[in-house]
Design a protein around this ligand. Structure first.
Ligand SMILES: Cc1cc2nc3c(=O)[nH]c(=O)nc-3n(C[C@H](O)[C@H](O)[C@H](O)COP(=O)(O)OP(=O)(O)OC[C@H]3O[C@@H](n4cnc5c(N)ncnc54)[C@H](O)[C@@H]3O)c2cc1C
Length: 459
């Protein structure tokens, strides 16, 4: 008796997509598997390559583990192929039994603040994409502000503040592209102000990442005594929660430091709710206006009516990421995710309005559960989704052209210049060679056409 065979497409070669493929290949199952992994970018690894900060080599090192999965050779990669333009849901139905969407979240969540559209007001996601050398973002970034405000109290706000405050030479050992080094080197920044509307015991920073801020060369950490008059709820959080305890300890240590010697300062403003990004009179950011808040006794805050203002020539909004809709796939506009039950995609029944399973379609990673959590969380996510892919065997699509060759024919007919695993190896070696010529480990190639040409061996 011939065994069933699952031809599976995974869209998104970030950690979620790669873990899903790996888990399925290793899972106990009574059918064979053939997986094709598509990504719109010429190189795999998603936000590990294009989100994780370049001065986090340990986290960037997760790429080595993901690469080992791909190097086994039992997953085909098609990079530089965008779902929605190069391939559609109808194409996938024609060639596969099922698809898993692992497309993550790459955009900034919106922030409704007067002045948000001024010149000099930036989304953190755009800045991250720039310094991490994302091919679809402009090469130039206007780093002309002396005083910068960063809105947000999560790890992305820490990354952005650190990258803005750090001296460019201290980033040279990392893989930052040359244009990023050149721009950071010219930056006149002296003060980076980070704003959070709650108190120090309610931040979303993780302790390790927070501690790093205090280790920057020639950067003073500035904290304000008025933020450390803890109420009972804050005191209870410090004594009852290990993470809050460590965060408080780090902040208290910084408060004891003598400051004044460094050429740059990183200020943490708590109980500060941004109200407006103020126009300098020429359509450019000139200041940030905020309201001082106070604890409400239950772990939240209320406005005090006291309004303050600080000069700033640039404002960065680090208030979260947001997923993007995919053509033909249900989308939850409120949460920026694909509606699903444990990874099984749900659609609304046109007549009854009830949610029902969209057979053959699955989701995993940030597009499944929203842009929160670390890379490791995408593994448990993938396990849950794969369990359903396996159990749903009777409900898979029945493709008209399930052969592996038929997909290549489709891409070739459309003139799509896809990149594959060998191509990634070529690009990887090229980037390392660029780095070693400068005494560095790697220098990233940024332009998409250059990435594609190198990957396809056409350079
Ligand atoms: C700034 C920042 C810093 C971070 N730092 C850390 C850290 O230090 N440590 C940590 O553990 N986690 C960190 N994270 C979190 C981590 O990056 C995520 O948990 C993880 O990347 C989510 O994985 P994912 O595969 O769901 O999405 P992604 O990594 O975003 O991968 C999605 C992939 O889908 C592709 N894709 C999207 N749309 C399409 C389409 N239409 N067609 C084809 N392909 C498509 C994208 O190109 C991308 O490659 C950070 C996140 C950010 C934003």
């Amino acid at each position: 008796m011939t065994r069933n065979r699952l031809r599976l497409a995974i869209v998104g070669a970030g950690p979620a997509g790669i873990y899903a493929a790996d888990i399925l290949l290793k899972a106990e199952r009574n059918f064979d598997v053939s997986i094709d992994l598509f990504d719109q970018l010429p190189a795999p690894y998603g936000l590990v390559r294009y989100g994780v900060a370049p001065d986090h080599p340990r986290i960037k090192g997760i790429i080595t583990a993901l690469r080992e999965v791909l190097d086994r050779g039992d997953i085909r990669i098609f990079g530089n192929v965008r779902f929605g333009t190069d391939i559609t849901l109808a194409d996938l139905k024609k060639h596969y039994n099922a698809v898993i969407f692992a497309t993550g979240a790459v955009r900034d969540a919106s922030l409704n603040l007067p002045g948000v559209g001024l010149e000099g007001s930036y989304g953190a996601a755009d800045f991250v994409s720039w310094y991490d050398g994302h091919p679809d973002y402009p090469r130039d970034w206007p780093l002309d502000a002396r005083e910068v405000a960063v809105i947000g109290n999560g790890n992305v706000a820490l990354d952005v503040s650190r990258m803005l405050a750090k001296h460019a030479d201290d980033l040279l050992p990392t893989e930052i592209p040359q244009n990023v080094y050149d721009a950071l080197e010219q930056s006149p920044v002296t003060d980076v102000h980070v704003f959070g509307r709650r108190g120090p015991t309610s931040v979303k920073f993780t302790p390790l990442e927070l501690r790093e801020l205090g280790e920057l060369r020639d950067v003073d950490m500035i904290l304000y005594d008025e933020d450390f008059d803890y109420d009972e709820a804050a005191k209870a959080a410090v004594s009852g929660n290990k993470q809050v305890f460590v965060i408080d300890k780090v902040l208290q240590q910084w408060r004891q430091r003598s400051v004044g010697e460094a050429s740059r300062r990183l200020h943490l403003h708590f109980f500060a709710k941004p109200l407006e990004i103020v126009d300098d009179g020429h359509g450019h950011v000139g200041a940030i206006r905020w309201e001082r808040t106070a604890p409400d006794g239950e772990g939240g805050v209320v406005g005090t009516g006291e309004i303050r203002e600080l000069p700033a020539q640039a404002v960065y909004r680090a208030v979260g990421y947001f997923g993007s809709p995919l053509p033909g796939v249900p989308f939850d506009k409120e949460f920026g995710t694909i509606p699903n039950h444990e990874g099984q995609v749900l659609t609304r029944d046109k007549e009854s309005g009830d949610a029902r399973q969209m057979y053959g379609v699955y989701a995993t990673g940030w597009i499944k559960r929203g842009p929160v959590g670390l890379i490791g969380h995408t593994k448990s996510d993938a396990m849950e989704t794969i369990k359903h892919v396996i159990n749903d065997l009777g409900n898979w699509w029945r493709p008209e052209s399930p052969s592996e060759e038929s997909v290549i024919e489709m891409l070739e007919t459309r003139g799509i210049e896809w990149t594959d695993l060998d191509g990634w190896h070529r690009l990887d070696e090229h980037e390392q060679a660029l780095g070693s010529a400068e005494g560095r480990k790697r220098i990233k190639v940024v332009p998409r056409d250059e990435m594609v040409t190198i990957s396809r061996g056409e350079a």
